[in-house]
Design a protein around this ligand. Structure first.
Ligand code: FES
Ligand SMILES: [Fe+2]
Length: 385
């Protein structure tokens, strides 16, 4: 996929063990979670391909701008006059200043560099470079200095960027998902609450935790009462996504402390969709949890080998928002509690993995979802996809 591919700096025998058949395999090499060199490799070869950079609704109105990602993968998102969101490398064509600091937002009719005030149109073309107009002897062609545009796709309201420009076609990335995600029409839902968490753990520990409910009985008593931990099944998708569903007990309507919904079911869902929650991983950094009456997403931004920013957002159908007494806390509080139970476990795993005595462990029969993810990462490390 990428020119001049070099394999990830992890021991080859540990990698082979991770790729052994399910039932005989091991977790990823310890280095994958604790070595800065592996994290740098992942930034170059995993996070430089298709990954989620947030919701289209994060950019509210013409001129809305937001810088996302971190370090060399920093991306500037801009909504243009035509209503389209575009992605640019977050770097000025003059001497390289960031257009916006990571995580910050702006709203104006152009993009202006804070360093020497070069300004760009919302489409990325250079509009003005102060001082060049009447300078004798300067050869300067503004059209050659537009912001570098990156491949971006708005898929059901989620924004995906391929900074390398070399990843597979986006249709392949999301192959098999239209029938699963489409019925929930996430692009029509409204994000009504979001929580931002910074976790002292590697991003993969968070995905691995999301990919199994083997831990649910032990650390999620509230969740286990509403959704039996062994009730689901994983699905096999042809593209870059993975996941599975779990069912909701009879008498409950959704994932909340009481099992009751404080909203309304998303119109048009099937009987099966109304009785289950679908948990999807958009490899590498998006988690989508499709509930009968709301959709929750987690977007992860790795900050370091042992540090990850997670933004969790809850989106509801407009019929729910129209109710005068609508209160999303039934969903938000339930998942904030569950998130925190998960984050404590993930941070403990990270501390454990930092021990020189930690060794890649075996996967339990209920951890086939973890196997899906681990083998996907291991193949990326090898360059076999
Ligand atoms: S670096 Fe942006 S204007 Fe100079
Ligand atoms: Fe969990």
């Amino acid at each position: 996929m990428f020119k001049q591919f070099v394999p990830a700096p992890v021991p080859a025998d540990d990698l082979a063990a991770a790729l052994a058949p399910f039932g005989q395999s091991r977790m990823l090499p310890r280095e994958a979670y604790v070595e800065a060199a592996v994290f740098e490799w992942e930034k170059q070869y995993i996070f430089s391909g298709w990954h989620c950079v947030g919701h289209a609704s994060d950019l509210d109105g013409v001129g809305a701008q937001k810088a996302v990602g971190s370090g060399k993968n920093s991306i500037l998102l801009v909504r243009g006059e035509d209503g389209q969101v575009r992605a640019f490398a977050n770097v000025c064509r003059h001497r390289g200043h960031e257009m916006l600091a990571c995580g910050s937002t702006a709203k104006r009719r152009g993009v202006v560099c804070p360093y020497h005030s070069w300004s760009y149109k919302l489409t990325g073309e250079l509009r003005n470079a102060p001082g060049f107009d009447d300078a004798d002897g300067f050869q300067f062609e503004p059209s050659a200095f537009g912001l570098t545009e990156l491949r971006l796709v708005n898929w059901h309201g989620y924004l995906f960027v391929d900074p390398s420009g070399q990843d597979i076609d986006f249709e392949q990335h999301v192959a098999g998902l239209e029938d699963i995600v489409g019925p929930y029409r996430p692009e029509e839902l409204t994000v009504v609450d979001r929580h931002s968490y910074v976790l002292d753990t590697n991003w993969k520990v968070i995905v691995e935790n999301y990919q199994e409910c083997y831990h649910c009985q032990a650390i999620h008593p509230e969740l286990s009462r509403i959704s039996p931990p062994t009730s689901g099944e994983n699905i096999d998708l042809p593209g870059d996504w993975m996941g599975g569903w779990m069912s909701i007990i009879d008498g409950a309507q959704t994932m909340s402390l009481s099992g009751a919904s404080g909203g309304v079911a998303i119109k048009g869902l099937s009987e099966q969709e109304l009785r289950t929650v679908m948990y999807l991983v958009g490899f590498p950094n998006l988690l989508v949890s499709l509930h009968p009456d709301y959709v929750m997403t987690h977007v992860m931004t790795p900050l370091g080998v042992d540090r990850t920013h997670v933004e969790c957002a809850w989106a509801f159908p407009k019929e729910a928002l129209e109710a005068p007494d609508f209160d999303p806390s039934y969903a938000v509080d339930f998942w904030d509690l569950t998130n925190r139970q998960d984050w404590a476990a993930c941070e403990s795993v990270q501390r454990g993995l930092s021990s020189p005595h930690s060794r890649p462990g075996p996967l339990a029969p209920d951890e086939d979802g973890v196997y899906q993810f681990v083998t996907r990462v291991a193949k990326a490390y090898q360059g076999t996809r």
